[in-house]
Every structure is written in C-alpha cells, then in structure tokens.
Ligand binder design. Structure first.
Ligand code: BGC
Length: 746
C-alpha cells in the first residue's frame, strides 16, 4: 500500500492551523480508473478539483496510533478531467496531534500533523502514481484552525495563501487498510425555540442533546463574525451552562464572506442541546439559519421498543441518543467535555444493549483490534483504549473485563466466531493477569480500581466516586464471572473448557472463604477496608447483586437469605437502588431471576433519585452520567465530571429486552438461531413490544394486558428455534413463524 508516498509535514503554520497539502498535475487521455489512498497523524479531508470526496468525517479514525494508523482509499475517477487537476488534503490536529484527554494536553501521538497519501491514475496509455513528497505545496485557507475539543474558526474572507513546500517527515508506524465504519452526518434537527436567558443571552434550544454540530446558513456583511458556544443544559436560573464541559471550549467562530455562506465544523464535534450566540451580527435571530446535525458512526438500526408508559418510552429514546452520541469511531464515555475517550468499563456495561439497538459488529471489531494491541504483556487491559499515553490509567476490574465480556456479547449477537477466536488469546491473558495478582492465587486482592463507580452509597459523597462496595470483593467476583464466561466461550469455540471450570470452582471457594461468612458478605480487612479516605462496607446492594448474579452462593437457604437481604436493603433505601456502574447493570435481572420481578419493576418505575425516571422527569433527552446530575432542587451534582450524555445506565434495556420481553440468545444459538423467550409482564406498563431486526429476520415480542388476560404475540425468524416459557409454566419449542398465546392476568 502506498509504495511511492512519503510522510510530509509543514512547519510554516502555527499550532491548531489547518494546512492544505496540494498536488497539481496533468492528465493526458481519458481517465479509466483513479483512486487516492491516504492516512495522517491528525485528521484530513480529501478534495479533488475543489470537490470534497466522500462524506466520511474524521479520517483516518482513532486507533492505537503507536501501533497502527488506518489508510482509507477513495475512488476519484469521476472528479478528474483531461488536462489540469488538483488534489488537496485539508488537515487538522484531530486526536493524534491536538488536545486530548483531561488536562488539555496536546501532542500525545505526534508533535505535528503528518500526511501520507498516494494517487494512482489510470488513463489508458498512461498510468500515473503521485505520492506525497517535497513536490507537494502547502497552503492555508479559510479554515483557520480546528481542535476536536475546542471547535473551529472559518474565515470566508481569507484567500488561499501559499506558505511553502512540504517537508519530508520521519515517521515509522504501521499503516493498515481501514477497518470499522465511517463517521457521517446523520439526523438533522431544526431549532426548537429561541430563548433570551435571564443574563440576556441569545440561546437556541434544539430540543435534543446529541453529538454533532450546528450548520449555519447566512448571508451578511463581509467580515462580520458569528461566534457560537455549546451546552447540554441550562442552570436552575435558566442560564447557559458550560462548566461541565471543563476544558473543552466547544466554540465555533465564523467570518462572513458577504455572499451566502454555509458554515460547519469539519474536524471537531460538540456535545450539546443548546447553543449560545456569543456574537451574532444581525438584529433578529432567524431560526431557519440553524440546523443541528447529529454525527456518529454508520450503523444499521436494529432494535425498537415501545410500551404503555411514555416516560419509559422517553428513556428508551434517551438510550438510543446516548448510543448515537457515543459511537463516534470508538465507543466513548461522553461527547461533550475534555474526555470523549474509549473507556472500557462503559462499553463493557452497555454493549449488550448497543447490539440490540444497532448493528455494531464492524464498529466493535475495529476497537477490539486496538484493545488487543494495547493489552500489556502481563495481560493487563487498560481502562481507556485507545490509550492516551501519559494518563497512566488504572487497570481496573469491570473495566478490563471488557476484554472478555465485549467479544462474547458480539459473538452472541452476530455469530462472529472468527472474531471470538481472534480475541481468545487476549481473553486468556486477561484471566492470567487476574490469576497472578496479589497474595491469593484465586482472588484479585489489592490494585487500583474504579469500584462501583458513582454508586450513591459512597460514604464520603461526593468526593468519593468509587461507591461503598469493597473493590477487592468486586475484583474477585469479576474474576469469577469472567472465568465462567471463559467456560462458555471455550465451549462455543469447541475448545477444552476444563481449565476454566476448575479455576471457577477455585475462585468461588476462595471468594467464599474471604468475602463471606454465614452466607453473607463480610469485610476483607486489608486494602480498601483500611482506607480512611474511601471507607467501604461489606453489606451493599452491589455486593449482594454480584454474589447472586455470578453464582457465588451455595445452596437454597443461602440464596433465599441473600435475596431477602437485598430486598430489605432496597426497602431501607426508600425502595431505591444505591448501585453504580458495577451493580446497576445486574440489579433488575438478579431480582427477576430470583423471583422478585415485581420489585424489579418497582425499581424500573421509581421516580425518586437514584432512578432511571428521575432524569426523564427533569427533561433529560439522553442518559446522564450521574443519577442526580441535576438534583431535586435544580442544583448540579458537581461542576466537573457531570456529563448529561453517558450511555452506561441505558444498559437497563438489556433487562427490558431480555427479561421483561424475555428474549435471550442461547449459548448454542449465536446470531439468534436459538433463543429462549420467557416474558415477565407487568400491568403497570399496559403493554410492551420489542423488535430486533436480526441477521436472520425479524424477531418480535409483544405482551399486552387485555380484558381476557395477557396476550403474547411472538414472531420467530424463519430457520430459528425458540424455547418459550410462559408465566403459567407452559413450555414449548417453536420454529420460525408467528404465534399468539394467552395467559391469565397476574
Ligand atoms: C468517565 C467514565 C469512566 C470513568 C472511570 C470517567 O471520567 O467518564 O465513564 O468509566 O471515568 O471511572
């Protein structure tokens, strides 16, 4: 690939500027075929004869840059003419060169933009290969500067200016053909309303929080300026609020040409629902000038859900928007502040739901490559992938377990056995990392974890974000859980699973010896049990949930007592959860599995914080990072680390599809070839219906309360098999087709 292209750069422009690397050439004869292959440290957009080629944004994508850069290939034949032609690559700092990660540091991967590109033009008798080298010219144009977090400046009064010839750069990195899916412009939203805030500022509300940018179409006086800031929320006084963006400036500046102008960013995006017109050169604000454009990776929508409760329906929409906003080339934590990074724990929690909502196979495969490339030799998996080198992220339980949970979830959804096989060595190494950690062979004691991140039971809240559950218990429980998944994974791949079966038994025995007494969780008197800055408790909802979910109890009596204790703790907390990132994804499914489905619905329908509907009641249009990002009294949870667009808690739809509707993929039925259907209806929803457009066809389930009882409508894709269990105990195995059942109302 790119045999004639050399790495080039320019030192004629300042930091954050957008250089244009240009090659002009003559084509003799009629073009038969022509393509450009390109990659960069930084981001680039390709133009041929002034026309933008393709619609993909943010090329070459975010990968583990020290290990690989992706090269995309573009067909440019239709853009070329006989005679003079011009290829431009407009570049910006992007992830590799610009500000990235908390702390506003730049140059993580390269101290400057470098480009490598090659055009191959076949004009019948002549074949031309034009690789980047010192013969390429460098210009600066109307896009004056661009930074992913900070936004862009476009000056339409500026003429293109030649600044010098490109210089040869010394870069030594593996360039690979592009993987994944392109990031593109998706939904386009008109403004909802103009607000003049108490401070007198002009704010436009688009009605939906998202990741993307605002397109502005205006005609005004040459040289006039438009400056736009972005925000997710207004504060309790109704003023524009940007403090939670932290160091991300998220501001775009546009200078008018005097003709009709269309402005939008090309190398950055913002997380926002509102914009503020910091500078606006007109007397009136014509809302038709503005369009909010959602930007995210191309994925086919596959999941749909509707029920008889509008708040839950809004919650589902918020989950969908949370996914859209955070599937931007990599799975990110949030789209607004100076972070937007590939936090492994967040996707570990959310991937099951994500793979119901959208076809995410190609998107995730690309990220798995980087996950594997960045796994340390001792098996440690970082909490952020691609890693942002100088942050030295922790190797944390429940975050690193993404190495096992995520490929397994992808395999179940899409039957991609080759991917599971490809990831298998990474999974084994992660298990061995945990296995070798600390003083107890079969436990993970000590280490630096995120704990039950953001759980509301943290004792010194809000300074402590790791929750009140012992991290030693969480880490050892996840060691057991991931090992149990390895048993299932090994079997799915036709491998011997006995090593993991035995390991699981050993972990379970050790876990029970250290963390349980008389069938209940106890404190492990070391590490975080001794910490005074982060006090922990043995008895937390999350501890009980993990013991039950991961099968770490023994016998019926113990199980019953653990379930009772969990229910009591929920009652003692006013009928609410106190769980964070670790406990929340499982609490409803544990209750349902343990015959406490009514309580699961109680939590699901709870409206006091902590609960899913608390944010819905406060007008949320995406899933919040904190249960109470905006508190009852209208004040903020905190000014930092308070995102209103984190997908993690949207993982409750795993329970909705898997237990309320009751659709689950069997281990030997990857890709939905064999499913179990075990609905758990609740009258309070009236009805619930879900549809998944699987690769094998439409799978749908609806239950509804009717005067005669509960009606179930099930569609099983052709060629698939469903084992159906109804609440009245009826059990049957069905092949593809449509079915209706009735049971008595509960
Ligand atoms: C991110 C989280 C992430 C966490 C690690 C945060 O800053 O936004 O979602 O998992 O750090 O605990």
């Amino acid at each position: 690939m790119m045999t004639q292209a050399k790495w080039i750069y320019t030192d004629a422009l300042r930091e954050s500027a957008c250089p244009i690397f240009r090659k002009t050439f003559t084509v003799e004869g009629k073009v038969k075929a022509a393509k450009v292959t390109a990659t960069a440290y930084g981001m680039y957009n390709l133009y041929v004869n002034g026309n933008r080629v393709g619609e993909a944004l943010f090329a070459p994508g975010f990968t583990s840059y020290p290990n690989r850069l992706m090269a995309h290939t573009y067909d440019i034949a239709s853009y070329l003419t006989e005679g003079e032609n011009q290829i431009d690559l407009l570049c910006a700092n992007g992830w590799a060169v610009g500000f990235l990660g908390r702390g506003n540091t730049n140059h993580f991967f390269s101290d400057r933009i470098s480009l490598r590109a090659e055009a191959v033009i076949d004009a019948g008798t002549t074949k031309t290969v034009l690789g980047t080298d010192e013969s390429w010219q460098v210009f600066t144009g109307e896009r004056v500067e661009a930074e992913l977090y900070h936004g862009e400046t476009v000056d339409k009064t500026r003429e293109e200016t030649f600044v010098g010839m490109a210089k040869l750069d010394k870069k030594d990195v593996r360039v690979v053909p592009a993987e994944g899916v392109p990031v593109r412009e998706q939904e386009r939203l008109a403004p909802f309303k103009l607000i003049i805030t108490p401070k007198g500022e002009k704010v436009i509300d688009f009605g939906q929080n998202l990741a993307g940018y605002v397109e502005v179409r205006v005609k005004g006086k040459r040289g006039d300026r438009i400056v736009i800031s972005h925000a997710e929320v207004l504060d309790s006084d109704g003023n524009f609020y940007t403090r939670n963006l932290e160091l991300a400036r998220s501001q775009n500046t546009y200078i008018l040409s005097g003709e009709m102008d269309v402005f939008k960013p090309q190398f950055s995006y913002q997380g926002y629902r509102y914009i503020r017109l910091d500078e606006w050169p007109f007397d009136e604000v014509d809302l038709s000038c503005f369009t909010s454009v959602a930007v995210y990776s191309e994925m086919k929508r596959t999941g749909y859900f509707l029920c008889g409760n509008d708040k839950i329906n809004r919650l589902y929409q918020n989950t969908i928007w949370g996914q859209r906003s955070n599937f931007v080339d990599i799975p990110t934590d949030c789209p607004q502040r100076d972070e937007r990074l590939g936090w492994t724990g967040d996707i570990q929690v959310f991937l099951h739901t994500a793979a119901i909502n959208y076809d995410v196979e190609k998107f995730m495969r690309k990220w798995f490559t980087d996950l594997m490339l960045e796994q340390r030799a001792d098996g440690a998996v970082s909490s952020v992938v691609p890693g942002v080198s100088n942050r030295g992220e922790r190797t944390s339980t429940a975050w690193g377990d993404a190495a096992i949970v995520c490929p397994w979830e992808l395999y179940l959804a899409y039957d991609c056995k080759d991917e599971l096989e490809r990831c298998y060595p990474m999974m084994r190494k992660w298990i061995e990392f945990m296995h070798g950690f600390g003083e107890e062979e079969f436990l993970w004691l000590g280490g630096d974890h995120y704990g039950d991140w953001l759980a509301s039971d943290a004792i010194l809240c809000p300074e402590v974000r790791e929750g009140a559950t012992q991290t030693d218990l969480i880490a050892s429980a996840f060691f057991a859980y991931s090992t149990s998944l390895m048993v299932r994974i090994s079997r799915a791949l036709g491998k011997d699973s006995s090593y993991y079966e035995e390991l699981f038994q050993n972990i379970k025995a050790a876990f029970r010896r250290i963390f349980m007494k008389d069938g209940m969780p106890v404190l492990y008197p070391k590490y975080d049990a001794l910490s005074t800055t982060r006090p922990v408790k043995a008895m937390t909802q999350t501890a009980l949930v993990l013991i039950l979910k991961f099968g770490l109890y023994e016998g019926e009596e113990e199980r019953v007592a653990l379930v009772k204790r969990l229910c009591d703790m929920i009652d003692e907390n006013g009928g609410r959860m106190s769980t964070g990132f670790v406990g929340t994804p499982y609490i409803l499914s544990v209750l349902t599995e343990q015959g406490e489905t009514k309580r699961a619905y109680d939590l699901f329908l709870q409206e006091q914080s902590p609960s899913w509907l608390f944010s819905v009641n406060r007008g949320a249009t995406t899933i919040w990072e904190h249960w109470d990002g905006i508190k009852e009294d209208g004040s903020f949870w905190d000014h930092c680390k308070n995102s209103f667009n984190h997908y993690a808690y949207g993982s409750v739809f795993e329970w909705v599809f898997g237990m309320s509707l009751g659709i689950q993929i069997k281990d030997d039925g990857a890709g939905y070839s064999k499913i179990s259907v075990k609905p758990h209806p609740d009258r309070r929803l009236g009805f619930a219906e879900g549809r998944i457009e699987t690769r094998r066809g439409t799978l749908s389930m609806k239950w509804s309360y009717q005067p005669e009882g509960i009606r179930y409508d099930l569609t099983v894709p052709m060629g698939c098999e469903a084992e159906v269990t109804l609440p009245d105990g009826r059990n049957m195995t069905l092949q593809g087709g449509g079915y209706t059942f009735m049971t008595e109302a509960n």
